[in-house]
Every structure is written in C-alpha cells, then in structure tokens.
Design a protein around this ligand. Sequence first.
Ligand SMILES: *[C@@H]1O[C@H](CO)[C@@H](O)[C@H](O)[C@H]1NC(C)=O
Ligand SMILES: [Mg+2]
Length: 254
Amino acid sequence: MRQRIWEALVFLLLAMLLKPVSTRPHWRPSEAHDSAASYCLSWRLAVEANDIYAWRTVPTQCLKHVENYMTGGQYERDLNFIMEHIIDYIDTIEVSDDGLDAWILDVDDTCISNLIYYRRKRFGCDPYDPDGFKRWALRGGCPAIPAVLRLFNKLVGRGFKVFLVTGRDEATLGQATLDNLQNQGFIGYQSLILRSMAYKGQSAVKYKSEIRSQLEEGEGYRIWGNVGDQWSDLQGNCTGNRAFKLPNPMYFVP
Ligand SMILES: *[C@@H]1O[C@H](CO)[C@@H](O)[C@H](O)[C@H]1NC(C)=O
Ligand SMILES: [Mg+2]
C-alpha cells in the first residue's frame, strides 16, 4: 500500500514538473519565427491605420512578411474585398445628368502597380530612391491593378467623371504616365492631374487638397469618393463623401 502511494506521489510530482516544460514557448523551434510574424502583423496594422507617421523603410525583420503579403495572394484578396465594398457604395449613388458627379483616384499603387520596382528595393526595406523611381516610371511599364481597373470601368460606365490625381512631376513624367495608363486600359477618365511647377515641393496633402478644392469649389463637382494607397491622398480639405484606403506596406508618402 505504502509502495502504491509512494509511486502515485512520484508520478504526480513528475507530471507537475514535466507539464509546464512541454508547453514552455522557448522549447518550440518556431518561436523566433512566430514572434517576428506577430511583430510584423502589428507593424503592418499600425502602418495601415496611420498610427506610425513618416516611417522611412520597412523594418528589415519584416522583409519576408511584406514580401509574402504583397506576392502571396493576400494583397490581391484585400484589394478585391475592399473593391466589393466600394462597389456596394457606388450602387447606392444616384448619378445626376448634370455631369458633375466626380470620383478621385490616385495613380501609383492605386491604378497602376510599382510592385515590380519595389521587389528590387526589398519591398521597401531599402530607402526611397528618387532617381531609381523616376527611371522606372519613365519606362511606362507599371501594370494595372486589376481590382482598381474594374472599379475604374464601373465608375466610367456609371457616368462618373473620374479624375486621376498624382504627385508625379508633370514636366518629367507627364507623357510616360499618360502612355502607361493608356496601355493598361485606363481609358475614359475626365483628366489626369499631375504635379505642376506651382505645387513643386508641397506636401501631398496640401497639393491634393488644393486640386480637389478647385474641382469642388471652383468647378462645382461633387466628389463622391476618393481612393488612394496613402493617407496623404485622403486627408486635408474637400476629401469627398467617402475615402477608401488601399493597402501599401512598402512606403509612406507624407
Ligand atoms: C484647408 O483649408 C483651410 C482654409 O481654407 C486652409 O487654411 C488650409 O491650409 C487647408 N488645408 C490644406 C491641407 O490644404
Ligand atoms: Mg499612390
């Protein structure tokens, strides 16, 4: 009897000692991976929510995370998901026949994608390279973002006046941008507005606000929606009835 009790006690003691060991996280070989993945999820959420301001590069430990997000299918799924909601909203709008129902779309990483370029920049882990980006943009080879092209065609079909507003420099990138949009099927918009000399050096918020204010207050357009991958596309004045932020964990434009 005493022997049995003794055995039971030893067994209990061993069970108590071993249980926490087997679940201690540092025994799991994937712990380092898990904590990086979870850090990068938090980082990306904070970036998308505009809780981290003026960040310059993607943290190096998040290179794989951002690469997987951008190229592994989730980015496209997020865009398609957002697009369904934008299209539900569009379907509630009664488009007037006065021709003043307007919609604003940003260009870079909204209508057309710079993912091919940013792949070479380690998905934003490398710092912004204005000359490199200019050379890339001059080639006019940015592919359309399919979900946004569908939205664009829907807007044009419904009779909205679509304005493409970009911070790209008009003098140097105007023609390449026009050609690029055309070769990717963005046909039927009202106008492409690029950054002219007058806005050189201004923040995107200020420049884009002034453009929208000219459209609304100067020309009488009603801005029903505004879509961009940067918060600076959507902030400021005359922001429109609804603003839609598209994902972009690769760079921040102030
Ligand atoms: C918004 O409008 C106000 C009043 O006109 C102006 O002072 C301010 O600079 C504008 N903000 C931006 C970001 O353009
Ligand atoms: Mg953009």
